[in-house]
Design a binder for this molecule. Structure first.
Ligand code: SF4
Length: 405
């Protein structure tokens, strides 16, 4: 018997350990059993086995910058502490020039990726989304633009009165290289009705992701845990991701997001514990046998727990993320960004070997001064298989112009 299986001799997790050792797919019931097991270290050991089988001792990260061009949003998600309604204090919308200037603030750090998400702005025109990407691509031609969640793509299609496939093609032509995974929350309707009632359904989120993949745009996928979902809801979410990934192979990575209740409409909910954080990462690693990367988002789970997660199934600590605002609006106490050296220190502290990656997990080379030698130059459509068929966070003149138009 292997060392792994010896660890589980006599344990209720033994049948699952056998499947893991043999590389067999876990069932829905296996997922529930893992979540409800009191043997958190055992669940972590299984996930670590899978993680090391896939990625050895490597700990990935990238050097990215967040761009949130507007926090105005007509949707009123109970989970959200960040968005503002038009006319409310703290709302902002950047002009194209302001957004480019904001992005340039991280240029000296040698960023290789811009992570672009915002609110569902009630009146920005379709052309604004295209113009923003074109302007960013023109200013930062070597930087990967990871732009717009499935929720935003659906909204941009409604704004433009276009089919979402046409929108994906237009945005791709304008410079969108891949998409972030936000807005997935928990796919199950009962949960969505409580935490994000007016957001697109889980089914629509998956449909838009499928259309991205089918049109040569790879995406990420998240799961928001720690609000009102059950263990079964989490497993259902993971299984639905796995099913779509079987068909499209379009998900780059899975990012579990801990719900931060402060300043949301659900402040009475307790924040997720560290054990829950680790267990979600571990179960995701075990259930998502066709998703290459499981990320531990240090901004959310903290700089002390994130390196531990590299031994509970995660292989990637996301990025330097200068400058995170969304989770911090909900009370996150972590830094709003880290340097490359700090990311590498965190990974080495876990006994893993740091690997600076681009958006497609290719190594990023730098010269002695830190200048990027090589970054994302991929044709994502060709790579995808199988393919069926200065801060401007204040109300800007743009908002005033839109309001009066
Ligand atoms: S979570 Fe997204 S869609 Fe919901 S209110 Fe916040 S910004 Fe808007």
């Amino acid at each position: 018997m292997s060392v792994l299986l010896e660890r589980f001799a006599g344990s209720p997790l033994f049948p699952i350990a056998v499947k893991v050792a043999e590389g067999r797919r876990l069932s829905f019931d296996d997922g529930v059993a893992l979540f409800t097991s009191s043997d958190v270290l055992g669940v972590g050991a299984l996930a670590n086995f899978v993680r090391e089988r896939r990625h050895g001792n490597t700990g990935y990260y990238n050097v990215n910058r967040y761009l949130n061009p507007t926090n105005l949003c007509w949707v009123d998600c109970a989970l959200c502490a960040w968005a503002r309604k038009p006319g409310v204090d703290g709302g902002y919308t950047m002009s194209i020039e302001e957004a480019v200037a904001e992005s340039a603030a991280g240029w000296h750090d040698g960023i290789t990726e811009l992570h672009i998400v915002g609110g569902l702005h009630p009146s920005l025109p379709y052309s604004w989304y295209l113009d923003l990407l074109r302007a960013l691509k023109a200013r930062f031609p070597g930087v990967h633009l990871k732009a717009w969640t499935m929720v935003e793509l659906d909204w941009i299609a409604r704004v433009g009165k276009r089919d979402v496939v046409d929108v994906i093609r237009d945005l791709k032509a304008a410079g969108m290289d891949s998409c972030p995974g936000g807005g997935a929350e928990i796919f199950e309707k009962r949960v969505r009705d409580l935490i994000c009632r007016d957001k697109i359904s889980g089914e629509r989120w998956l449909e838009v992701a499928r259309l991205c993949h089918e049109n040569g745009v790879r995406t990420n996928v998240t799961m928001l845990y720690g609000s009102v979902e059950t263990v079964e809801d989490r497993v259902d979410h993971l299984v639905r991701i796995r099913e779509l990934q079987d068909e499209t192979a379009g998900f780059l990575g899975f990012i579990p997001l801990a719900f931060h209740p402060e300043e949301t409409q659900l402040p009475h909910l307790p924040p997720a514990t560290g054990l829950t954080d680790l267990k979600v990462i571990a179960v995701a690693r075990l259930m998502l046998d066709n998703v290459e990367h499981v990320k531990a988002y240090w901004v959310q789970i903290g700089e002390k727990l994130a390196p531990v997660a590299l031994h509970f199934g995660a292989d990637d600590l996301v990025g330097t993320v200068t400058e995170e605002t969304i989770t911090h609006a909900a009370g996150a106490k972590t830094e709003s960004g880290l340097s490359r050296a700090e990311m590498e220190r965190m990974i080495r502290g876990a006994g893993r070997e740091p690997f600076e990656r681009d958006a497609f997990y290719e190594r990023v080379g730098r010269d002695a001064s830190g200048r990027v030698l090589r970054a994302n130059r991929h044709d994502f459509a060709a790579a995808l298989a199988p393919a069926p068929a200065g801060s401007s966070r204040h109300p800007s003149s743009l908002d005033a112009a839109l309001a009066s138009s």
